[in-house]
Design a protein around this ligand. Sequence first.
Ligand code: SF4
Length: 172
Amino acid sequence: MRHPRPPPRSRLEALRDASRTWSDPREAPWPVMFSGSLAGLRCGVDGTDNGPHPLMQRLLALRTLRAVPFCPEDLALGTPRCMPDLHGGDGFDALEGRAHVRLDDGRDVTDALIRAAGVMVETALRERVRFAVLMDMSAACGTQVISDGARGVSDRRYQVGFGVAAAALAGC
Ligand code: SF4
């Protein structure tokens, strides 16, 4: 299965076009998926919510929005956990077998992350989410910039790209 990589502008245009058909959120709040940690779940690698996230708190307080929080890494690996990062490509590459997610102790957890990403997609479809608000830099949730290889090194590298779950959501 091909996982298209929509450029950011076309994603925004698609969202704008789709939103024209959505019901008035003052009558039926829009279901919006959030990275669990952005929604206050203590699912970060160290058992925290990676916070604080004051802007998210304002967003989550809107009556026009119903939050659907989800943490793919917690589902795949539990919390707390070692730090996962992408090696050899981004989340789209991992979905197609060209890249791997490895913990900082070297274990390959690609398959577990892909399974969890699938559950995240199923949840989004079941809940009929309109869009997702995701935490950047994560090997699962990132949508802009993620680590290129392990982040806990002195010469840490970065790449423009999606994490595994974000790539699965973008392709659904
Ligand atoms: S996988 Fe996503 S939801 Fe879970 S801690 Fe990382 S950024 Fe937050």
